[in-house]
Design a protein around this ligand. Structure first.
Ligand code: HEM
Length: 377
């Protein structure tokens, strides 16, 4: 029997909207990575959520912006003597990153309000979508909190804040992909249930990938990829000396502030994810019939293999811009495949978001008011 949802165009509209905004989030992460790698992130020293949409439009405004940049430690210690043209090129990266952030806010909010007005959004989905919007607003503030850490007393942003900013972007992205997948209009009820073990491991892999992305941002923020450029050994061994790994006191600080420990952790977690995705693919291959879940498990293993290879090359070749960007882009690919796969494994096992049935109207909606005003035959 055909599920009523497959006949409604509305879940599809919500799904396409969420996928489109999620694609903008990926673009945002990539522009953010390029902004960091080109050392452009501190070129705009103020946070003006509305007026900042306008870049400097004349020579005088450019000069004023440049003077503000010249007042921060990064200019004095790293870029002293920089030309106005060179400043403009770093400014455009940061400005584009912030503009894209505003665009994502608008691309989320306007269609969302439209869907609410038309009564397209089931009540069970509304709090979740408002929550995602709230996370997006929080991300703007976290971005500024990160930039602020590099404006005084240091020449770069705090690696803690950089990693928080990237992790939050990824959480927003996963929430969108997950929600979009669960609006899926195909008839998942026809599929035999996925074993609990597979569902659990698919979900756990998403969590491991998110932790790995957080660690990757710590590596990037500490510039830990520019040192210890050997593989598979690091600092002279497969496992470095404990005295060097836990050099700082208290011990916990090494996991966030010691370049050797942070890079070592990023490697070790990569190996763990590689082994887990391989075992998961074998497990799925032997116990699941659904084509989508089998393809997802194998695609995840392939993406992780590619990502680990890119990571190793980025490291041993001392972080060339193109490879570092590719490593960041493929991290988003790994996260996408892991999230879609986990959502697929779980769809049909728990409640999906119900869509309004054809002809059904919602209280307070435009179509609801319209229906009330018409006499029933
Ligand atoms: C599942 C596997 C992996 C994932 C998901 C991953 C993810 C990431 C992410 C998200 C970043 C931060 C990029 C940024 O903020 O610009 C990063 C940085 C980095 N990763 Fe990985 N990584 C993986 C495996 C590896 C491996 C195996 C190595 C090397 C042995 C490696 C070496 C590096 C290096 C050197 C950086 C810093 C690059 C820079 O400074 O821009 N990664 N990784």
């Amino acid at each position: 029997m055909t599920d009523i949802r497959t006949r409604s165009p509305r879940p599809r509209a919500i799904q396409l909207w969420l996928y489109a905004v999620a694609a903008l989030v990926v673009a945002m992460v990539l522009v953010g990575g390029a902004t960091r790698l080109t050392e452009s992130g501190l070129s705009i020293t103020e946070w003006k959520p509305v007026m900042g949409v306008l870049p400097p439009l004349d020579q005088q405004s450019w000069q004023t912006e440049f003077e503000k940049y010249q007042a921060i430690p990064q200019y004095r210690e790293l870029n002293n003597g920089m030309s106005l043209d060179a400043f403009k090129s770093i400014y455009w990266w940061e400005w584009s990153h912030r503009l894209l952030g505003r665009l994502i806010g608008v691309a989320f909010l306007l269609p969302f309000l439209f869907f609410l007005w038309r009564g397209f959004v089931p009540a069970s989905l509304r709090p979740r979508l408002w929550f995602i919007f709230g996370l997006g607003a929080l991300q703007g503030a976290v971005g500024w909190w990160m930039v602020a850490s590099g404006l005084a007393g240091r020449v770069e942003v705090s690696q803690y804040r950089l990693a928080t900013h990237l992790l939050l972007a990824c959480l927003i992205y996963v929430a969108m992909i997950w929600t979009a997948q669960r609006c899926n209009a195909t008839n998942a009820a026809a599929r035999p249930p996925t074993p609990v073990r597979i569902r659990f491991s698919a979900g756990a892999l998403v969590v491991l990938v998110l932790i790995q992305i957080y660690l990757g941002a710590l590596v990037a923020g500490l510039r830990a990829g520019y040192v210890f450029n050997t593989w598979p050994t690091i600092d002279g061994g497969f496992v470095p000396a404990a005295a060097r790994l836990f050099f700082n006191a208290p011990v916990w600080r090494n996991f966030f502030e010691n370049a050797l420990t942070v890079q070592f952790d990023h490697r070790m977690l990569a190996y763990l994810i590689f082994v887990c995705t391989l075992l998961h693919a074998f497990d799925v291959g032997g116990s699941v019939k659904s084509g989508a879940i089998r393809v997802g498990a194998f695609a995840l293993f392939a993406a992780v293999t590619l990502q680990a290879t890119l990571g190793i090359l980025t490291l041993v070749w001392h972080v060339p811009l193109a490879l570092a960007l590719a490593h960041q882009a493929v991290a988003m690919l790994v996260l996408t495949v892991a999230s879609v796969h986990a959502a697929n494994a779980m769809v049909g096992q728990t409640q999906r978001f119900p869509s309004p049935r054809i002809g059904e109207v919602r209280e307070g909606s435009f179509s609801g008011r319209l229906a009330k005003s018409k006499p029933h035959p």
